[in-house]
Design a protein around this ligand. Sequence first.
Ligand code: THU
Length: 160
Amino acid sequence: MNTVTLGISFKEYSSIEEMDAADRMLVEEAIEAQKGSYAPYSNFNVGAAVLLEDGTVVRGSNQENAAYPSGLCAERTTMFAASANHPGKAMLAIAIVGGFDHAVAATPCTPCGACRQVMAEYQTLSGKPMRIIMYGTERAWKFDRVDDILPFIFDSFNEK
Ligand code: THU
């Protein structure tokens, strides 16, 4: 029997100015996207922006519904829109912002497990790493690939 320890490394930024231009642009797109959030039940508004390999940016936000489970997180709304409208284009990065009452919180908004699983599939499909930028006004985190936030990814393609 062995005890195995996993480690991940990621970048932490204390302001948007520390980020490189491409990441900063994507965070700004996510902040714009947050304006479209419809979250009257939780009042927690999330915006996301996906960068495609051809430079296109797709925005999305969380959309809630009176039948609660019918709503969807910002990340999945955005990735599904990207895939539906630009099929086959690799998603190279996703930026996420969140906060109550349309504000951007001080701490990063971290994606739920279901959104991580969806990120994983699009990353596998394209064969290119998808970086994940979680932005908060006091600190922001960047992960280089989905594997870093979802170890032991379920990937049925691997079974074939
Ligand atoms: N939400 C997101 O859109 N993304 C996240 O990363 C966390 C949670 C949404 C779902 C729901 O509309 C609201 O935030 C409160 O959970």
